[in-house]
Write a protein that binds this ligand. Structure first.
Ligand SMILES: *Cc1c(COP(=O)(O)O)cnc(C)c1O
Length: 227
């Protein structure tokens, strides 16, 4: 059976098995790894199917797509993770449904979240490239941003998030994230979570300590064209 012919249930089961395998390889407890299923560009009906299969954590990267889905599916009590670049003027609306923001990458965004005064868990997104347009804080500015977040009572700092850059072995990119996480824990010992690992590189992420995987296409199948 090809990937395209497999059902949602089969793809989810296959990813879960591969997560278990990688955890075993890393001598880690798979139960301590959260798989966030990224449903961007997919309709609310697919999220509902995932919920029926036991998925609780949903990732979205664009507010205008996520908001109507979250509203339609409010009855399911899902945990919505915002994983995309976020404009400060959208923060209040995103906090209506998202309990976690993985993409805090600048002090102005942290200030906007603080001003909203709504409790939220946050990850600091680390930029592993030299291109500021990729999103994420430069490694040298990570601790200053962390101090800003720690000073805001409505934000619970969970840890670091990153996307492995093209053109670098994912394992070495994720090792850099783990080192940044160790520095962060010097300042904030409980901010020990690592949001990293996507469809093509979640095994390497697990081997470097990922606690939150963000997996889209390996579970959902190919995304419909961007709307
Ligand atoms: C789309 C997306 C993912 C999931 O990517 P896949 O390759 O489909 O698994 C993970 N993280 C972020 C930030 C994304 O935008």
């Amino acid at each position: 059976m090809t990937e395209a012919e497999a059902s949602l249930e089969e793809r989810l089961a296959s990813v879960r098995a591969r997560v278990d395998d990688a955890a075993r390889e890393a001598s880690r407890d798979a139960g301590a790894i959260t798989t966030i299923v990224v449903t961007k560009f997919h309709p609310a009906s697919l999220v509902r199917e995932l919920a029926l299969l036991g998925v609780r954590d949903i990732g979205e990267n664009r507010h205008q797509d996520a908001a109507p889905k979250a509203a339609e599916l409010r009855d399911l009590g899902l945990e919505w993770h915002f994983i995309g670049q976020l404009q400060s003027n959208k923060v209040r609306a995103v906090l209506e449904y998202a309990g976690t923001i993985h993409s805090v990458d600048r002090e102005s965004l942290a200030s906007a979240i603080e001003s909203a005064g709504i409790p939220v868990e946050v990850f600091l997104q680390l930029n592993l490239t030299d291109d500021p347009a990729r999103g994420g804080v430069a490694p040298g500015n990570l601790l200053a941003l962390a101090e800003r977040v720690l000073a805001a009572p409505s934000m619970l700092l969970r840890g670091v998030m990153a996307v492995a850059p093209l053109g670098e072995e994912p394992r070495s990119a994720f090792a850099r994230v783990r080192e940044a996480s160790e520095r962060l824990r010097g300042l904030a010992p409980t901010a020990d979570a690592l949001s990293m690992g996507m469809s093509g590189d979640f095994r390497e992420a697990i081997l470097e300590g990922a606690t939150h995987l963000r997996i889209g296409t390996a579970i959902t199948g190919n995304r419909p064209a961007a709307g």
